[in-house]
Design a protein around this ligand. Structure first.
Ligand SMILES: [Zn+2]
Length: 449
């Protein structure tokens, strides 16, 4: 691949300019901004690699689907990416325009630079470079670009069930993927699931004078008491039956944890922590992070939070909770457990509303595609990857991959300080260029494997 790597280095400026062009086009799914313009831009770009994509309409934003034949007609590699981005707010915390794609100190700053335009384009540029250096691609490629990943992929399974042929593939490269700043690339083979709920409690028609606290139930206290039954002080989730379907990690899964270079001190410093929960360290800390479910209070709203004192009793209180799930927990089963748990304790006045749900997913770590990706890392990055059986986060892998029997593998252009979803999102230009080489190497090696 030396010839191809040299070609990529020689065309570096062109690939960076392309990423700037993509980042300067906002495509915010949550606010319905710039989606059509972004789709047009992608279609134009794909024409340069001889792909005329189909714009597959869904009940939401369209999915862009394209394919191109390669020399090995019996081997297909699919790239899943998304063209939508998170809203840039809060704008005042950005050091440059979120859609300006300014380059400073070897990094490009923009909303979507890493998540997910850098990853999407690294694969397009890999195809570009391969075609320029060797002509026809070594294997068939399918491209699937979603426009609603950042709002929970509400129509991805609609696409998957409507067009099973377009999902047929031998290797499925997922979006995302990270790298340690001065360490190895991460290869991800799975994700946690997610159940997002609201607990709502209303005890009066409106907020009241707080003298009524003597005789009227306070909805915030109701929620506090209910929440206190859901997790104990040692961080064990105490929702009845919550751990019943949790699979014990296999020996192989535990061994993978031992190979991870999780820098506890650096993480504590970066996040401003004085320690981790239960003073965990080493493998037990990683087991909790990657293989254990969570029940997180994401937000709590009730009463008065403005300046000064206001003696008021809230008439209504709301808690948002996200519960990250691991195999074989299912969002709807957990939702039912939460409801039953609260009812059993007399909290029938608390409404439980499901906002979204996504089951956990894991690929088979021994499948040919996963093993090929793992082998491709060292020639590009000069060191072996860290292999994650499951990420601590969630994407829509299950609804896309489970029924279709796909083993999705995640590798990309981001790093631990890319600030995705946060102000000053950025991509290190060197990582972007390496991601182009990585995608091209995977095409080449998977065609032969
Ligand atoms: Zn994202």
């Amino acid at each position: 691949m030396k010839q191809l790597y040299d070609y990529v280095d020689a065309h570096r400026d062109e690939y960076i300019a392309l990423l700037q062009k993509f980042c300067r086009q906002p495509s915010i799914s949550a606010q319905n901004v710039g989606i059509k313009e972004m789709v047009d831009l992608i279609v134009k770009e794909l024409a340069t690699i001889q792909i005329t994509p189909e714009i597959v309409e869904t009940s939401g934003n369209p999915i862009i689907y394209g394919e191109i034949k390669g020399k090995n007609e019996n081997r297909t590699l699919s790239f899943y990416n998304h063209y939508d981005v998170q809203p840039p707010e809060p704008l005042e915390e950005w050091k440059s325009d979120p859609f300006g794609a300014e380059i400073r100190d070897g990094k490009l700053y923009a909303r979507g630079a890493t998540d997910n335009k850098g990853s999407l384009l690294s694969r397009v540029c890999a195809i570009k470079a391969y075609q320029a250096v060797y002509g026809q691609l070594p294997l068939n490629i399918k491209l699937i670009y979603e426009g609603e990943e950042e709002v929970g992929s509400p129509h991805l399974s609609e696409f998957a069930h409507k067009y099973p042929d377009r999902l047929k593939t031998d290797g499925f490269a997922w979006e995302g993927g990270s790298k340690q700043l001065d360490g190895p690339l991460e290869v991800g083979l799975g994700v946690k699931g997610l159940l997002y709920i609201e607990l709502r409690c209303r005890t009066a028609v409106s907020d009241l004078h707080s003298s009524n606290a003597a005789i009227v139930k306070n909805p915030a206290w109701r929620l506090v008491h209910a929440l206190a039954t859901m997790k104990d002080a040692n961080d064990r989730v105490t929702i009845d039956g919550f751990y019943d379907s949790v699979k014990k990690p296999t020996d192989y899964e535990m061994d993978c944890l031992k190979t991870l270079n999780f820098r506890e001190d650096k993480t504590k410093e970066r996040l401003g922590l004085d320690g981790f929960i239960n003073d965990l360290t080493g493998v037990p800390l990683l087991e909790k992070l990657y293989y254990q479910p969570t029940a997180n209070i994401a937000g709590f709203k009730a009463g008065y939070l403005g300046d000064g004192a206001k003696t008021v009793m809230p008439g209504n209180a709301v808690v948002k909770m996200d519960l990250r799930l691991v195999p074989d927990q299912k969002p709807d089963e957990i939702l039912k457990l939460v409801r039953e748990h609260l009812d059993r304790r007399g909290f029938t006045d608390i409404e439980v509303v499901r906002l979204s749900g996504e089951p956990p997913f894991r690929a088979n770590p021994e499948c040919l595609f996963a093993q090929t990706v793992i082998k491709c890392v060292e020639p590009v990055y000069g060191m072996k990857p860290e292999v994650f059986i499951s990420s601590s986060g969630t994407t829509a892998m299950y609804q896309f991959c489970h029924d279709a029997g796909l083993d999705a593998v995640m590798f990309g252009a981001g790093n631990e300080a890319s600030n995705i979803h946060a102000p000053n999102e950025n991509i290190i230009l060197e990582d972007y260029i390496n991601a182009i080489k990585m995608a091209a190497t995977v095409m080449e090696e998977f065609a032969k494997a």
